[in-house]
Write a protein that binds this ligand. Sequence first.
Ligand SMILES: C[S@@+](CC[C@H](N)C(=O)[O-])C[C@H]1O[C@@H](n2cnc3c(N)ncnc32)[C@H](O)[C@@H]1O
Length: 204
Amino acid sequence: MDARVEWQVSRLLAPRHTIWLMQWDGGDDYQRRFDALAAQGKDVHGEADFVSGLAPESVLDAGCGTGRVAIELARRGVEVVGVDNDASMLATARTRGPGIEWIQADVTALDLGRQFDVVVMAGNVPLFTPPGTQAALVAGGARHVAPDGFFVIGFQLGRGYELTELDQHCADAGLELDARFATWGRDPFPGDGSYAVSVLRRST
Ligand SMILES: C[S@@+](CC[C@H](N)C(=O)[O-])C[C@H]1O[C@@H](n2cnc3c(N)ncnc32)[C@H](O)[C@@H]1O
């Protein structure tokens, strides 16, 4: 294991349920790291646990990557749709979750013509959308939130997209903050200030 990968994996484990990666080489490589953690007995389903706590019947996993969150929610009986614009990530998702609807699309321009009980963006999605497209990313998610639904987004702080921007983009998209946590395990915000999970509802 080279030093860069070792550093990334060490960050996976602390704090609990704050799972993130910044670099990987294709969908299989991304997923392999989570599989390795799971094989060691680590809990890699903090995001799915969090979303399950909102008791949704339907979930849009926006920026689903390899389907790590969506596949676990489907296993728990939730109707899920996964959207990502990266073909390699989706190829892995399709292999691992063949019964799930996977859509290759840019969330910034997404219009599926339906809404979901929860729209979740897990794993730093706003840090991977092209710079300057975060407002459209949030709006793309917001379009798909049912009237009584939730928009849930978790990402690393101090890496170029901050909560002041998220809050403004959510307000612009007709969402208001319902709760904010420091981790997917619902630790109180701000915790160590390095991560935030925000839960939003429709304001209009
Ligand atoms: C770090 S991965 C997280 C994947 C997954 N949500 C998870 O938690 O394992 C970030 C994903 O966001 C996707 N993404 C970023 N911007 C996007 C956009 N504008 N539209 C669709 N997908 C996007 C990337 O392709 C990538 O698969």
